[in-house]
Design a protein. Sequence first.
Length: 248
Amino acid sequence: MPGAPAPADPVGGRARPKTGKSEQTRALILETAMRLFRERGYDRTTMRAIAGEAGVSVGNAYYYFASKESLIQGFYDRMTHEHAADARVRMAGTADFAERLRIALDSWVDCAADYHGFAAQFFRTAADPDSPMSPFSNESHPARATAVLLFREVLDGSELGPKLDEELDELLPDLLWLHLMVVVLYWVFDRTEDTWRTRAFVARCAPFVAKMVGLSRYRVFRPLVREATGMVRDFVLPTLGRAAPPAG
């Protein structure tokens, strides 16, 4: 599947050898966990149950994933790569920035659809700023970096790419990722059929965001752009973990 290469996997703070068999075992455990989370819910699924369903020992399950939280990190990594690959295919041949942004956001909603049923359960943990499951944590950096890279491609492949203020151009992929987080939050609590409200929200907000970005090209708005980018650089970006925690 095309997309950014998966980072080395230090789940649980230990690097894993990338042999074919170990990758298959790791993938089996992750797939089993995601299935049980859907069937039983995140809170009611134990590592022992996951190991039993996957046909591996509990110790082996813990070797690949140090905890249920580590399994969610594995899910984040896989999900972001699947999303990036899907969005790139859908965006091919499209240069309109609003349309590229809408496609990228719609692609995320489609890729995450199977996991909507239990998303609220682990969101309670992810909302804790000290949790490794937080999208802002150091542990989530690899998945976040993959998503930010996708939004860099959303911008660079559009007609706006060469025309933006230099500072805004540098920060915009991170801002678009934060916009995705707003969509994710809305999606988590969306109980409409096929999350149609989330899809309608995406359809409405993507052109709005594109208009706001487009206005930044005009000289009269440059002071506002400078002020906004300065606030983002000083107050928003420092809250994002930038690297996985060191191996312990």
